[in-house]
Ligand binder design. Structure first.
Ligand code: ATP
Ligand code: MG
Length: 492
């Protein structure tokens, strides 16, 4: 780091020209130019499916561009793997699983190159090197710990530690804060700002505009695989960014945002409404509970608490995915047996899980099939399935949340991260469940889709669904909930 002049005009950290990337007939990038100054923090924004992750992956050697020129630190970059990119000092911090969960921190940091002497693995040397690598990111954990036991924030810091230890001078962060709570976000932002001051170049992909405005020197907005505009940090405001982000869809999005009814309307009638969900003395895994709560028909109840306070675990336990150790759960007059997802579904409970890839989607099926999954009874007419009705309903559900990049028959795995999130939501929101357990509904979705999801949740509540909501986005939790229940951090 630091051998090249900060902000140098002659050499750019990234100089990309006319980058084109196609996937199976779909064009993700249509000739994008990007110039990132050395030692700067450069924001990369755009709606879901705009091409941000794809561009990041091209720069980090994950994807090979189909056309265009890429130069990094003044040298042509024609790498064919992330390893090539890393050798040239470029790393990427991915949002989803980047390590082997069952291996230790030290083992993961040395993946593929464990130190040996005379054929024996030098475990001590490995662990002390790992300890050293953790210092710059302020991660205070035992290097012998399994990565699977780390929190998302810790795992992200570990990815940064790995990048720095391998000598990265340019790091692409793909939506690094979307699963962090307020305090963790602030800590990560402070760390990145310090690293940038020390000479690191950062490309920061995010949907969170305030955060982008706080840390980025310059920002590029992508729309439909093309450059939609650029702003200097000093000239940028949230309004200007939103304008660039949504482009000609502007009026449409504004209209959608206004369809959300004011949440406080719901608070009053809910007082008299029947309790659809009643929880008594619930206890679960890793010290969860005891918890008592009630959600009435038409009510949105927000669960507030830090990461690790057990909010997601509570939802998964209610749904029967995680073991219930004690307590009773009622849906209306029906008592739910523990650990029985089928019974929960039959009683009209739906869960929108936090981890969409592991729990929410069948990645090999297309979006419409994913929406239809488990709801087939809706379209059953005698012994037949009404396929036309199924198609109509699933497409309406996808259109309502404005899922982009759909191609009939194409696996949902090919959608951008935010669009996959919308498919999971479309599936559950289209069922009008009696009780909806929803975990981080707008994680990773763009501003327009966020408004559409809020409107849909309000509409569901207005039609009588009882909603239990978890969101690390405090303003969102406050805006949506008619009541907020705090959860104490009660786990180890
Ligand atoms: N492996 C893939 N196979 C097929 N299509 C892909 C693949 N990866 C991305 N795409 C397509 O390329 C386009 C851009 O996707 P990308 O993931 O870059 O969007 P993004 O801007 O990162 O969106 P998000 O905010 O949702 O993460 C999308 O239309 C997506 O469907
Ligand atoms: Mg992405």
């Amino acid at each position: 780091m630091g051998s090249l002049a900060r902000g140098s005009l002659s050499v750019a950290a990234v100089d990309a020209r006319g980058i084109v990337k196609r996937f199976a007939g779909q064009v993700a990038l249509r000739g994008v130019d990007l110039r990132v100054a050395i030692g700067s923090c450069h924001g990369l924004l755009g709606e879901n499916g705009a091409g941000k992750s794809t561009l990041g992956r091209v720069i980090a050697g994950v994807h090979k561009p189909d056309a265009g020129e890429l130069a990094v630190m003044g040298k042509p970059a024609r790498w064919t793997s992330p390893r090539d990119a890393l050798r040239a000092g470029v790393a990427m911090v991915h949002q989803e699983l980047a390590f082997c969960p069952e291996l230790s921190v030290a083992e993961n940091l040395h993946l593929g190159r464990w130190p040996t002497r005379g054929g024996f693995v030098q475990r001590r040397a490995m662990e002390s090197a790992a300890r050293e690598a953790l210092v710059p990111v302020g991660l205070d954990i035992d290097p012998a710990r399994a990565v699977g036991s780390l929190s998302t924030a810790q795992e992200q810091l570990l990815q940064i530690a790995q990048a720095l230890a391998s000598g990265a001078r340019l790091v692409v962060f793909d939506e690094p804060t979307s699963s962090l709570d307020d305090a963790e976000c602030q800590r990560l932002l402070a760390l990145v700002q310090r690293l940038v001051r020390e000479g690191l170049t950062v490309i920061w992909v995010s949907h969170r505009l305030p955060e982008v405005l706080a840390i980025c020197d310059r920002m590029t907005v992508l729309r439909d695989g093309e450059m939609a505009g650029e702003l200097e940090g000093s000239n940028a405001t949230e309004e200007r960014l939103v304008e660039m982000l949504v482009g000609e869809h502007r009026e449409l999005r504004a209209a959608k945002a206004e369809t959300a009814p004011p949440p406080r309307d719901l608070a009053a009638p809910a007082e008299q409404a029947p309790a659809f969900l009643r929880v008594e003395g619930l206890q679960g895994e890793r010290g969860l509970g005891p918890i008592d709560l009630e959600v009435r028909a038409g009510e949105i109840v927000g669960l507030e608490g830090l990461l690790g306070s057990g909010r997601s675990r509570l939802l998964a336990t209610l749904f029967g995915l995680l073991p219930r150790h004690a307590g009773r759960v009622f849906v209306g007059d029906t008592e739910l047996p523990p650990n029985n997802v089928r019974a929960a579904l039959n009683a009209g409970v739906a869960l929108v899980p936090e981890d969409r890839k592991r729990q929410g989607l069948v990645l090999g099926l297309d979006a419409a099939r994913n929406v239809a999954l488990g709801q087939e009874a809706r379209w059953q007419r005698g012994a037949l399935l009404d396929l036309a009705a199924e198609q109509h309903d699933t497409h309406a559900a996808l259109a309502e949340l404005d899922v982009r990049g759909l191609r009939p028959g194409a696996a949902v795995a090919a959608l951008s991260g935010g669009n996959q999130q919308k498919v999971v939501l479309a599936r559950w929101l289209s069922q009008s469940p009696r009780v909806l357990l929803v975990d981080e509904p707008t994680r990773g979705v763009d501003v327009g889709a966020k408004a559409a999801i809020h409107a849909r949740l309000h509409a569901l509540a207005a039609s009588g669904t009882a909603i239990l909501l978890v969101s690390s986005d405090r303003p969102e939790l406050r805006a949506l909930s008619s009541r907020v229940i705090p959860m104490a951090r009660n786990v180890t």
